[in-house]
Design a protein around this ligand. Structure first.
Ligand SMILES: Cc1cc2nc3c(=O)[nH]c(=O)nc-3n(C[C@H](O)[C@H](O)[C@H](O)COP(=O)(O)O)c2cc1C
Length: 199
């Protein structure tokens, strides 16, 4: 076994300062996301994660909708910084929307009643694995991204806007683009607190 290349893992960060100059073609980008969706492991090989990749007008529309809802709930004091944040997402190259197909969840619960109470949790875990797999893969291709959860503001409307099945439940949003500026260094807990080697 080769030792893990730590640089490649540590380079994946939450990048908020992004622009819309993707360093790869849209076709290549979509194929890369499809490969992650295809090969990410899933419980019972159920493949319940769904993604929508938004570019151009569709991407701008998402952040416009989020801002329209957000500005009705943020205070006047928070409004400027909230708008700046939303604008930074809108100015990126696109957004990946992550969903779970609820039909798959229902059918698996029926098929495996003994696991029914854990099934939703496992599906969400698998969706998180896919989010990370894509995030890491983008980072390895010099594409910055962050993970966002504006679900409550848009989950009633997003399926309608993009004509997606009603059974797709929104899980997360990942704006992506070319990296304008690197994030601040982050702190880490001592490894002894988090990993124990037991023989
Ligand atoms: C499950 C999960 C949910 C997250 N949700 C958000 C979010 O809603 N908004 C956000 O800006 N960052 C979100 N993050 C990013 C974390 O804040 C970030 O990964 C963490 O602070 C470490 O920073 P790094 O991504 O630069 O390594 C989320 C990360 C994970 C794993």
């Amino acid at each position: 076994m080769r030792c893990v290349e730590q640089d490649s893992l540590s380079r994946r960060r939450s990048i908020y300062q992004l622009n819309d100059h993707l360093p790869v073609s849209e076709i290549c980008f979509v194929e890369t996301i499809e490969a992650c969706v295809k090969h990410c492991p899933t419980p019972f090989n159920a493949q319940s994660a769904r993604v929508a990749i938004l570019f151009g007008k569709a991407h701008k529309l998402l952040w416009q909708n989020i801002w329209d809802s957000l500005q009705t709930v943020v205070s006047a004091k928070q409004s400027n910084s909230a708008k700046k944040k939303i604008d930074s997402f809108a100015n990126s190259a696109g957004t990946i929307l992550f969903f779970e197909e609820n039909k798959t969840l229902m059918s698996l619960k029926k098929q495996f009643p003994q696991y029914a109470k854990n099934m939703r949790l496992w599906m969400q875990q698998a969706n998180g694995m896919l989010q990370y797999m894509i995030w890491q893969t983008l980072s390895e291709n010099e594409i910055g991204a962050s993970l966002q959860h504006y679900n409550e503001l848009i989950d009633k409307t997003v399926n309608k806007i993009y004509d997606l099945p009603k059974t797709w439940e929104l899980v997360a949003q990942m704006p992506f683009g070319a990296i304008e500026s690197e994030p601040m260094p982050k702190t880490f807990l001592p490894m002894e607190e988090r990993v124990r080697v037991i023989k």
